[in-house]
Design a protein around this ligand. Structure first.
Ligand code: 7RM
Length: 645
């Protein structure tokens, strides 16, 4: 990292961006000096049915921060209704199908009408305020309509990524006690059919609280059908009114629950509440992506992740932007697809993940340079650290040296972006997420919470509440307190390692817990281990991450079999199948090493730290192994190590 090259603010941005560097400094200082007034001013950008009584009460001390108490508002109203007068005929969504000859533009007015119809249909199924609705859909306009229809009537959506298995879907629906799930007969990705409805049927074979399944007819594929339980989306909405009043919601009412992986145990349902979340995503969207009227904006994240929630749906629509949604994958039909879509829809702002950039870079520059990309003004990156050389390629080849890159650091829990450049205000350093957003106070600390000296690695914490912060873990207050506020009392513990350089720039290197990022997807190693254990042949397993040139990280598993069980290629395939069945294809292990035994402490705990070193061939770095019950285990494991590609 050392002394990296500095990319100065581009002249056009210096002139035309919403915020220049003087303004950033002034606004940032004000946001810390007087957070309440600062956020009060930002909150005026939303439309409130009733103004809040206070801006913020409580804080990190008692973990009782509440933003904008007393206010009444509705997220759907802010994303749709209030834009109708001026922008009714402007595109809210541009949908690009998996196949390049399928695309569709949906105006604010049309989206509003469909959302009202669907909201009325949900009411007819007895969905009311506070009820959870699962959304398990491809990247199609109806997925956005489903989220907003829930928001309109106060239902709490739980979007489940379409790549998750029926077991993963079932766990989420059960925990939130969903009564309705909205899905599609199938999804299309890279020319392949994703049988979503079939997965829903599988999940519902087990006992659940789901009484109704609403099915979008995305393709002509025939699916199994259960009368009275299953309803076609198009038939349901056809008879509904295009008007539906918005629920007058309280600021702290739940907007959604989104599951994300932790270092141990089952994924946790991150709860975001209405006012704070919406203010925060609207404002970060505006400044980080330098929103100008008529911008065409494209975020490639799936709606099943927080990035899809905050920066495909709520942030852009709250600002009245046009947001592109893409059903397919970067390589289909050719590795030019992203750049062709940018030309086709004249995209101005493009936001994607390092894993996609790495994969496309590997295909060679020609796939990019075949296309124009003249419409591009700004590029973004999210999900994992972006390697400086990948950053430079993105800047030079994709952006033709004239588009700043906003490397945005944030998490499901933070609701929105916490650390990122502002394109008119921040000189860039490849690989650094640079500086905090307004009102955000990050610090790099040691295990006792003392600030680390400049340039030294430590743990990243956030010292003050910000409006986008999660309001809890669904049904588990203890886990909320223990996972995020115990390690360093009074601070939000991010789980990431970082350092701050002499310019005050943050360099975030990745997780310091057992959470890994495979192709930008967040997965807990504990979750994968639980999946392995479900197989009858498995006795014990330890899962760690190893580096991967495209995916960033990939999964390496050490597996001990039960007595009399023999390793085989067939068994290996079965284990992989088991993991895909419990979680989904994103959790597929790349390496499985058969192990006689796993390194354990004398008290019987698996020493994952050692497994990580072994998988990464850092034998010299094994450190203190004196607590091991049986030191010979290490040599056995090392001698059977699988070489990492
Ligand atoms: C938005 C999202 C969160 C974890 C986080 C980090 C990593 C995300 C960056 C990053 C370095 C970035 N939510 N992460 N963005 N690391 N630079 N710009 O990804 O909940 O799925 O994951 O992702 O480790 O803790 S997430």
């Amino acid at each position: 990292m050392g002394e990296t090259s500095l990319y100065p603010i581009l002249p056009t941005f210096e002139k035309h961006a919403l915020v220049n560097s003087m303004q950033y400094q002034e606004m940032y200082a004000r946001s810390l000096r007087d957070p309440k007034n600062f956020w009060g001013g930002q909150a005026d950008k939303l439309t409130w049915f009733k103004r809040y009584d206070e801006i913020l009460t409580g804080g990190f001390k008692n973990l009782d921060a509440v933003w904008f108490p007393g206010g009444k508002l509705n997220a759907c109203y802010n994303c749709l209704d209030r834009h109708l007068a001026a922008k009714g005929n402007q595109a809210a969504l541009i949908w690009e199908g998996d196949s390049p000859d399928e695309s569709k533009t949906i105006t604010y007015h049309a989206l509003y009408q469909e959302v009202c119809q669907l909201a009325n249909a949900l009411k007819k199924l007895h969905i009311k305020k506070g009820d959870a609705v699962a959304i398990y859909m491809p990247m199609i306009p109806e997925a956005v309509a489903a989220m907003l229809a829930c928001a309109r009537i106060g239902a709490v959506h739980t979007v489940v990524f379409g790549g998750f298995s029926s077991d993963a879907l079932l766990m989420r629906m059960k925990e939130t006690k969903c009564q309705v799930v909205i899905t599609a007969n199938a999804g299309m990705r890279g020319g392949k059919v994703i049988p979503l409805k079939h997965h829903v049927d599988e999940a519902l074979e087990k006992e659940t609280s789901v009484h109704h399944v609403i099915v979008v007819k995305r393709t002509e594929h025939v699916v199994a059908w259960q009368e009275n339980r299953d309803h076609w989306y198009h038939e349901m909405i056809a008879t509904e009114s295009m008007q539906c009043p918005c629920d007058m919601m309280d600021s702290q009412d739940a907007l959604f629950v989104l599951y994300t992986s932790g270092s141990t145990g089952k994924p946790k349902g991150i709860l975001h509440t209405l006012a704070g979340y919406l203010v925060y995503v609207a404002v970060t969207y505006q400044y980080v992506f330098d929103y100008h009227e008529n911008d065409i904006y494209w975020c490639t994240a799936d709606m099943g992740w927080i990035t899809g929630h905050s920066y495909t749906v709520y942030g852009p629509l709250c600002n009245g932007a046009t947001t592109v949604i893409f059903e397919g994958v970067p390589h289909f039909p050719t590795p030019s697809r992203f750049w062709e879509i940018i030309d086709k829809h004249q995209v101005n702002v493009f936001y994607t993940a390092p894993t996609a950039i790495r994969a496309l870079r590997r295909e060679g520059d020609t796939w990019v340079t075949l296309t124009q990309r003249h419409s591009l003004r700004l590029l973004g990156s999210v999900g994992e650290p972006i390697n400086p050389d990948v950053w430079e390629w993105y800047y030079r080849v994709v952006g033709d040296n004239r588009c700043p890159i906003v490397d945005t650091w944030w998490q499901t829990e933070t609701g929105g972006i916490l650390i990122s450049p502002l394109p008119g205000a921040t000189p860039l350093k490849p690989g650094s997420a640079t500086r905090p957003f307004f009102g955000v106070v990050p610090e790099v600390v040691d295990d006792q919470g003392n600030a680390m000296p400049e340039g030294q690695m430590g743990k990243l914490v956030i010292k003050q509440p910000w409006p986008g912060m999660m309001q809890g873990i669904y049904g588990d207050r203890d886990r909320f307190v223990n996972d995020y506020f115990k390690a360093i009392p009074g601070c939000y513990f991010t789980g990431d390692d970082a350092k701050r350089d002499s310019d005050g720039y943050f360099w975030i290197t990745g997780r310091n817990d057992d959470v890994i990022k495979v192709s930008g997807h967040r997965i807990g190693t504990g979750e994968i281990e639980s999946a392995f254990i479900e197989h009858p042949a498995v006795s014990e397993v330890g899962v760690v991450a190893v580096p991967h040139a495209i995916k960033g990280e990939s999964i390496y598993a050490f597996v001990t079999l039960k007595e009399h069980m023999l390793p085989s290629e067939k068994l290996k395939k079965e284990l992989i199948q088991q993991v895909r069945h419990s979680i989904g294809a994103i959790a597929t292990p790349d390496y499985i090493q058969w192990a006689e035994a796993l390194p354990k402490t004398r008290s019987g705990k698996i020493m994952r730290r050692l497994l990580r070193k072994i998988a990464n061939n850092d034998a010299a770095e094994l450190g203190d192994t004196s607590t091991l019950a049986d030191p010979q285990v290490i040599n056995d494991l090392l001698s059977h190590r699988i070489a990492i590609l």
